[in-house]
Design a protein around this ligand. Structure first.
Ligand code: TRP
Length: 392
């Protein structure tokens, strides 16, 4: 069985990446033919204004892959943009992919919505409407206690509706112009490339006829779309591509220092590149059960992010004791965090040490060699694809 996965180079990795994805990558390379890809073209779909960061981000990410146990002798590590066949297959897939499949893709809708800088947008809408709403409120035939509060309320409501309409695509250019909203400014991700993101991803996977794709849960809609594209291609031109299956890790979503999902954008992540001191500082700042204010108060391990980490990193005999002593109040949060830090460091310290033996130039050598190997496989598939589509 052949396995492929990829990651956009967004920089150094955190614990969430390991437990969500990389752990599987490491495990699978022992048994299967594995290809792991730096998705640098995908990084451009949202990051085309910050291209200077990309080479550095690739280095940081691949160094983390290597220290976490991805072995270039067992897996092919390569760079997407070095294998131009990805672009060719992407182009051909784009001919047969209905637009609606892409527009309804939940990842596309969510990300686009998130990236719209909603507060700014709402601010602009309100600015554009303020005079009309003021005039409207002034005309009301009954006495109003608090004009301004009413105006704000109406403005909030209208701007929410407008944002919704804009997002759903119902707002015309003319309306936007009238409201003084420049669509372009907010639509960094309203590009052809971003809409086509999953088509490129399907090309990544199917170019190698990969049967399985170890990813995080957030990628499931993309994998589903890859299956649909494979089916459509096979239906139109004859069986060629397997339908790839997603492989998920069994670990629940890793929590960050504030108890929310660990994520770079929440600023709650513990990185493999963090020093011992940084990790210690982050551990001591962890959120705990808000009802346990001081030592002696009974705690609720089941809702405490620190306890979640004990379960992952502290020897299981000790975990039971910690659970008991937290509940009884005997163990305070400060001591509990210190214990957790020890367990976590037991995992992180050897990984940090391995970092010393890896240089940036090694990263580029590994990627160059891997990309050549990947390219050989890609060429074979493309010959078959071109033949089916009667193109050169
Ligand atoms: N979309 C993936 C992510 O954001 C990265 C990716 C690109 C990918 N191409 C892929 C993952 C192919 C699996 C297979 O993490």
């Amino acid at each position: 069985m052949r396995i492929l996965s990829g990651m956009r180079p967004t920089g150094k990795l955190h614990l969430g990446h390991y437990f969500g994805v990389i752990k599987n990558w490491v495990r699978l390379q022992e048994e299967y033919e594995t290809l792991y890809m730096v998705a640098d073209w995908h990084a451009l779909t949202t990051g085309y204004k910050r291209v200077e960061e990309i080479p550095h981000n690739i280095e940081e990410m691949v160094i983390d892959w290597l220290v976490l146990g991805i072995d270039p002798k067992k897996s092919v590590l390569f760079q997407q943009s070095k294998v131009k066949e990805h672009a060719e297959l992407f182009l051909l897939f784009s001919m047969i992919t209905p637009k609606s499949w892409l527009e309804w893709n939940p990842t596309y809708k969510d990300t686009k919505y998130n990236l719209l800088r909603l507060t700014d947008l709402s601010f602009m809408f309100k600015g554009g409407l303020r005079d009309q709403v003021k005039a409207f409120v002034a005309k009301l035939p009954y006495k109003i206690e608090d004009f301004e509060a009413l105006e704000e309320l109406i403005l909030d409501d209208i701007s929410d509706t407008l944002i919704q309409a804009l997002f759903e695509g119902y707002l015309e250019r003319g309306v936007l112009r009238e409201l003084n909203v420049s669509k372009r400014e907010f639509y960094d991700t309203d590009t052809y490339g971003f809409l086509g993101y999953p088509v490129l991803q399907a090309a990544d996977i199917l170019l190698y006829k990969a049967q399985a794709v170890p990813v995080g849960e957030d990628q499931l809609p993309h994998i589903e779309l890859s299956r649909e594209i494979a089916r459509r291609f096979n239906g139109l031109y004859g069986e060629l591509f397997p339908e790839p299956q997603a492989i998920l890790t069994e670990t629940p979503k890793l929590l960050g220092t504030d108890g929310r999902k660990m994520s770079k954008s929440y600023n709650n992540a513990i990185y493999f590149a963090d020093s011992r001191e940084e990790v210690q500082r982050k551990v001591m700042s962890f959120y705990t059960d808000p009802q346990k204010l001081r030592k002696g108060d009974p705690g609720r391990p089941e809702i405490c992010p620190v306890f979640f980490y004990h379960k992952l990193f502290t020897p299981s005999e000790k975990v039971e004791e910690i659970e008991r002593d937290c509940r009884s109040g005997k163990l305070g949060c400060v001591d509990c965090k210190k214990l957790m830090f020890e367990g976590l460091e037991g995992f992180l310290a050897p990984i940090r040490e391995r970092r010393e033996s890896i240089s940036k130039s090694m990263v580029w050598d590994i990627l160059r060699e891997g990309s050549e190997r990947a390219r050989k496989l890609a060429t074979q598939t493309m010959e078959e694809v071109r033949e089916r589509l009667k193109v050169g």
